[in-house]
Design a binder for this molecule. Sequence first.
Ligand SMILES: [Fe+2]
Ligand SMILES: [Fe+2]
Length: 265
Amino acid sequence: MKKVCVISDLHLDHNEHILGIDILTDCLIPFLKKNKIDVFVFGGDSGGSLSEFIRLQKKVVSEGIVFWGIPGNHEMWDRKEKDSWSVYEKLREFSRPLVLGNHAIVGNMGWYDYSTASDMYSTKELDKMKGWMDKSFCRWNGMSNQDVAAKMLADLDEDLSSIDKNKKIIGVTHIVPFKQFIEEKPWDFRWNYTNAFIGNTNIGKKFLEYNTKEIFFGHTHSKRYARVNGVEVFSTPFGYCRHNEWAYSNPTSQIEHSCEIFEID
Ligand SMILES: [Fe+2]
Ligand SMILES: [Fe+2]
């Protein structure tokens, strides 16, 4: 048996700046050790750079814990790299399918294909990403959101199809994979516009085509659970340390609240 811990949206740069602590050394690693975690799974948004993700990966590995992880949209903001594709490709090595006994961890950050968008807006309108920071900071070399999403979905399909049919798949994505987690507020134009940049339901559908048992996601910073077509789906966001996102003021308690821990054979 191996004990697995899944969490996303640590946003280390922001949270460490506000709290004045080293979240990895002071909170996360002691928490993983205390819970005797063998495998740490990260669901994206370590912070706004590739180096933040690598810092997390190196720290976890240095403690003798297996690391598997995907980036989120925030790592794609890195200004030191050539473009966002460079960040994506460099971090791919940490999310190659990982077979552990009867299970396999498979995933992809995913991108916005507008499958969670309100039909009030045209594709042209959504492509402007008005007021959404990814528009300013991500650099996809002129590719549209939908083309970026299609490439990442193809990468996910390639990874899923490489797994033996008898393995139980633990799926991980950064953005919201099913519509039931998308909150609609018909009276709030801004909210409905932004829903386009929250999820991708084709990622959810893709996982359901395979022998997937659990799916984990992040991005929205609200803790959610639902059973979808017999598959257990959890969000695991740590989120930003502010009253409307954290259930606890203590970061270790917030880690405990946001993560999922389970055993696999
Ligand atoms: Fe996030
Ligand atoms: Fe995110």
